[in-house]
Each structure stands twice: as structure tokens, then as C-alpha cells.
Design a protein around this ligand. Structure first.
Ligand code: NAD
Length: 501
């Protein structure tokens, strides 16, 4: 449903009630440097928030430590699970507000954000279920000796997160950390602090003890850097760009031996083999996988790799798919693509359009336009053809609606092309030939690869919240296992006990 003016003004009222970091179950005093926020759809003023400095981060850390050593750490697994399930229900009850905040802060289309946020509580439930099912281990146990491995929480986890899908970015770090028994300090992205603050307030309302989830809002190089380097932090889970990932890993290593989990950038290829071109419906799926969320998606498949003879067919196919993707006001339920999240992001993306135009041919795919207010941060879905191999457009992450169309001669050429990037987050392969699909997937260096045997197969498998599948990003895309049971275990530390009787 389209949020009406009243909804939007209630969203703005909600924002103005949340101006500063949430620590120890309350908002910290709202004094200090402020950051002003603008609505990406029309550049309207959205008020300001107070930026945390290093001392505020230290306060959040002390509170999280106290809670870990006290009320959270002493809860039985049963009670921890019960609280988390109550929290999941509360998140579901407040899904409409979270959607409104995402729409106002980063321009996510309301219908799309509502669909995703309707499942937000499930992320908490999925990891809460692991409290019962993921246990430690036993080793070399015999008559007089028993070896047991306990899976213990690490302690205080720090999560530093980006802005592109605000609710999910927080929950995918928060849920495994809390379920495993840790407390957490989340450093929200500067662009969407209020979405994170609402999640933290809901945790308090659900009865999580003060300090279990502290949300710090502040600048990356100040608050993020202090959190990463903090000598009392036991794990840093970072999601964001590769350049910042390096800075976080350096800061983390500078004070203590805390492990780091890094989920960083991507430049993901999708390889479409000849046989997959027979089903015209493929274009809708290829379009979606590149342009969803206006291309601001870590696993966006923004490199289309196709046989040399298929270029014109690809251009025509993507243009026909684009007719179903209206760009415009994120409050309009008919909008499928909203603006970019910030003025800075718009400038970055425009810079890449200019480079693309200088190196190849940029083709606007002609999405229908809804209400696009002149001052909104809009960029229109486009492809670029005719690029020389190895150009910056094929290598650097744009994080916007620009897809490269790249031509290959045979399977080996497709593999070489797909791997010609510093990133290794994800890829997809389209072919009914399982031998070809397997060869491509085995040889493309990426953490997660989908092999689609047909359009029907791709459409029948439904949405994926990133909680079941586990993988490790490759190359500059990051470090550490994410998702599933192995991802959950990353938030624990094994302690082995040997009983000699
Ligand atoms: P970013 O790296 O600029 O910022 C991410 C977070 O790091 C923010 O909270 C920011 O304030 C903080 N930060 C910035 N400098 C810091 C520093 N010196 N020390 C500590 N923290 C610092 O990324 P972004 O622009 O917010 O997000 C876009 C990027 O995130 C893209 O590269 C995208 O691919 C990536 N991303 C990856 C995944 C994934 O799962 N792999 C998911 C979403 C987004």
C-alpha cells in the first residue's frame, strides 16, 4: 500500500524521536556533532542525528561487557531463546515502521521493503532455533576419559554494517551473535541510523537485558574505527566495501587477537550459455538479478557474460524486461526501483556512467518512469556494451544500476572472463547442460554460485534470506564463513575439556 502523507509524517516524527545512540537500554544524551539527513526521493530534510565519538563507543562496550558477564550471560539457553522469539514477534509487529524508515532513509521502494521486512523476524527465529540444535562435540571418550568440546559465546561482538538493505544487514549479524550467547554493539551506517535504532529499541521492549544490543550511530572512521580496534571486543563482524574491510581488519589486529568476519564488495558475473536463450522469460530474471534495489546489492549480477553471437538478443531481451520495472517514488506501490540511497552514491554512479560512455556504448534500458521528483537521486537502469576487456567497468563495483554485457567464445573463455576481477562473492550460471554448469561453477572463483537449469527451476525455488546457505567470500569479497550452521559457529569459540576419571 502506498504510504500516505500521514504515514510519511509519522515516519518523520518517529525519526525525530530517535536522534542518538541506544546504549544500556536508553538513548544517550543527545549532545555532540550532528549529521543531517535527506530523503533520497526528493532531497527533503529528514532532521539530524548525533554522531557518537570514541567515548560513546567505549560506553557501549562497557555496557555490553557488563551484560555479557551478568544478565545475558547467566540466562539459560531456554530463556535466551524465549526472549529472542519474543523479539522476533515484536519485529514482525513493527515491520511497517521499519519499512517506512528504510524508504525514507535510503529510498527503498515501499512494496519491496515491505515484502522483505515481512520475513525479518524469521532471521531471528532461524538462529534462535540453533540454540537447541547446535551443540558442542565429543572426542576420544573411553572408560576413564571423556573429551568434550563446548561451544561458548565469544563475548562482546562488534558489527559494522552498510546501508543498502538496512534491516537485513543488521539482523544477519545480530541474530547469530545473540543466539550464540554474545552481546553486541552495532555501528549503524550513517545513512540509515534510525532503522538500526528502532531495532535496538525493540530489543529492549522485548525484554532483552540492557546492554545485550547496543546501537551506536556515528561516522565510520571515528565510531567504526574505535569499535574495530577496541581491546575488549572479542569479534568484529563487518559488512561493507572491500577498502573499509581492510581498514577494519587492520584496526582489529592492532590491539588484541580478535577474529574478523568480512562480507565485502562484489562484481558478480552471470554466465548464460546458448541453450538458455530459448526461454524468453529469462530476461526478467537476468534483469532482476542485476538491477534489484537499483543495483545496490552486494551479490548483484552486474556482469552479463554471453556467447558472442547473442549480443543483440541480450539488448532486446533486457529492454523488454525493463518495461516491467517502473522507476520512481519509493512511496508508490507500483514503483519497483527507487532512487539511489544518497547524493554521494549518485555522484559515484554518475562517474561510472561517464567512464562507461567513454569506453563503450551506454544503452538506457527504458524502464517506465513514475513520479521522479527533480531533486531525487535517480539513476536509470542501463547496460554498457563494446567495452575493451579488463576495463574498470568490468572490475570495479559500481553499486548502481549499470550492467556490463561481455562476450565470450567458448566455456574456457567464459571462465577466464568471469575470473578477471578482484572480487569473488557470487556468480550464476544458466544452462541445462549439467556438465557445462558444473565445469563453470568449479572453475569460477566465487563463494556462492547458483546453477540454473531452466527458468522454471529458477522461479520455483522462492526467496532466500541468506540464513540457510553458507559460504565464504573469496578474494577481495571478504573472509570467514557466513550463513547456516557454520556461520553461526563463527560467533562461538570451542573450548575442549578432558575429564580423566
Ligand atoms: P562502507 O565500507 O563505506 O561502510 C560500511 C560501514 O563501515 C559503515 O557503517 C561505515 O560507517 C563503516 N566505516 C567506514 N569507514 C570505516 C573505518 N575506517 N573503520 C570502521 N568502520 C568504517 O560501505 P557502504 O557504502 O556502507 O556499503 C556498500 C558496500 O557494502 C558495497 O561494497 C557492498 O558490496 C557491500 N556489502 C556487502 C555485503 C555482503 O554481504 N558481502 C552486503 C551488503 C553490502
Amino acid at each position: 500500500m502506498k504510504p500516505n502523507r500521514a504515514d510519511i509524517s509519522s515516519g518523520i516524527a518517529l525519526m525525530s524521536a530517535m536522534r542518538s545512540s541506544w546504549i544500556d537500554g536508553r538513548a544517550v544524551d543527545d549532545v555532540g556533532e550532528v549529521m543531517s539527513h535527506r530523503n533520497p526521493a526528493n532531497d527533503a530534510d529528514l532532521g539530524d542525528t548525533v554522531m557518537a565519538d570514541a567515548r560513546t563507543v567505549d560506553l557501549a562496550m562497557s555496557s555490553a561487557r557488563r551484560c555479557f558477564e551478568g544478565s545475558w550471560g547467566s540466562l539459560s539457553p531456554y530463556d535466551r531463546k524465549k526472549l529472542l522469539l519474543g523479539y522476533a514477534d515484536l519485529i514482525d509487529e513493527h515491520a511497517a515502521e521499519l519499512t517506512l524508515l528504510e524508504m525514507l532513509e535510503v529510498g527503498r521502494p515501499s512494496s519491496d521493503a515491505a515484502a522483505l521486512n515481512a520475513a525479518a523476524g524469521d532471521i531471528i527465529r532461524t538462529y534462535a532455533a540453533k540454540i537447541d540444535t547446535v551443540n558442542g562435540d565429543m572426542f576420544r571418550s573411553e572408560e576413564r576419559r571423556m573429551g568434550v568440546v563446548l561451544r561458548r559465546p565469544r563475548g562482546v561482538v562488534g558489527a559494522i554494517v552498510p546501508w543498502n538493505v538496512p534491516v537485513m544487514n543488521v539482523l544477519l549479524r545480530l541474530a547469530p551473535a545473540l543466539a550464540a550467547g554474545n552481546t553486541i554493539v552495532v555501528k549503524a551506517s550513517e545513512l540509515c541510523p534510525r532503522t538500526t535504532l528502532l531495532l535496538a529499541r525493540l530489543a529492549s521492549e522485548a525484554g532483552l537485558p540492557n546492554g545485550a544490543f547496543n546501537a551506536v550511530i556515528g561516522a565510520g572512521p571515528v565510531a567504526g574505527a574505535r569499535l574495530a580496534e577496541h581491546p575488549d571486543l572479542n569479534l568484529v563482524a563487518f559488512t561493507g566495501s572491500s577498502a573499509t574491510g581492510h581498514a577494519v581488519a587492520r584496526a582489529a589486529a592492532s590491539t588484541n587477537f580478535k577474529p574478523v568476519l568480512l562480507e565485502c564488495g562484489g562484481k558478480s558475473p552471470q554466465v548464460v550459455l546458448d541453450d538458455a536463450f530459448e526461454d524468453e522469460r529469462i530476461w526478467a530474471l537476468l534483469f532482476f538479478s542485476a538491477f534489484w534495489n537499483t543495483g545496490q546489492w552486494c551479490v548483484a549480477k552486474t556482469r552479463l557474460l554471453i556467447p558472442r553471437a547473442r549480443e543483440q538478443q541480450a539488448i532486446d531481451g533486457l529492454m523488454s524486461a525493463a518495461r516491467e520495472w517502473r522507476v520512481g517514488d519509493p512511496a508508490d506501490p507500483a514503483t519497483r526501483l527507487g532512487p539511489l540511497a544518497s547524493r554521494g552514491q549518485l555522484a559515484r554512479v554518475r562517474g561510472y556512467y561517464a567512464k562507461a560512455g567513454a569506453l563503450g556504448e551506454v544503452i538506457n534500458l527504458g524502464c517506465p518512469r513514475g513520479d521522479m521528483q527533480g531533486d531525487g537521486y535517480y539513476a536509470l537502469p542501463s547496460i554498457v556494451t563494446g567495452l575493451p576487456r579488463g576495463s574498470v567497468l568490468q572490475k570495479e563495483e559500481v553499486f548502481g544500476p549499470l550492467m556490463t554485457v561481455e562476450l565470450f567464445d567458448d566455456l574456457d573463455d567464459a571462465i577466464a572472463l568471469a575470473n578477471d576481477t578482484e572480487f569473488g562473492l557470487s556468480a550464476s550460471v544458466w544452462t541445462a547442460r549439467s556438465d557445462h554448469g558444473y565445469k563453470l561453477a568449479r572453475n569460477i572463483r566465487a563463494g556462492g554460485i547458483s546453477i540454473f537449469s531452466s527458468v522454471d527451476a529458477a522461479r520455483s525455488t522462492g526467496p532466500e534470506l541468506g540464513t540457510a546457505r553458507y559460504f565464504e567470500p573469496q578474494k577481495e569479497s571478504g573472509l570467514g564463513i557466513d550463513g547456516g550452521e557454520h556461520g553461526y559457529l563463527a560467533y562461538t569459540t570451542p573450548q575442549s575439556l578432558y575429564f580423566h576419571n
